[in-house]
Design a protein around this ligand. Structure first.
Ligand SMILES: [Zn+2]
Length: 116
């Protein structure tokens, strides 16, 4: 019984295309292997579009999730600033920041709080 030729992989990986093609011309085992490889390649080409579209959908979902998380966290932190920062709250309510005098505190001629 004749052993199957196992040079195809070595020639494919480590040699140039002309050496591989010249061996395929003489060796039926490697010609069969080359035919199988070609069929696999054509099958991969057929389904490549499907997998690229699927990957694009996953990337778009990931982008949308990142945008939602970003909006959620940025609105929460912005809300924290508005609630805790009285100057911004005054500007939003009255159009300007209220001074100590406008808030009803006793002030001197410089607008500073007077303490007795
Ligand atoms: Zn061979």
């Amino acid at each position: 019984m004749k052993d199957k030729c196992n040079k195809y992989e070595g020639l494919f990986v480590f040699n140039d295309e002309t050496a591989l093609n010249s061996h395929i011309q003489d060796c039926s085992d490697c010609a069969q292997e080359a035919k199988v490889q070609q069929e696999v390649s054509s099958l991969l080409d057929e389904v490549k579009f499907y997998y690229r579209a699927k990957r694009k959908r996953h990337i778009n979902r990931l982008r949308a999730a990142c945008a939602i998380v970003f909006l959620l966290f940025s609105s929460i932190s912005l809300g924290g600033i508005v609630i805790t920062n009285d100057d911004i709250l005054d500007t939003l309510k009255y159009g300007e920041t209220l001074s100590a005098e406008e808030l009803g505190f006793p002030v001197d001629s410089y607008g500073l709080l007077m303490v007795d």
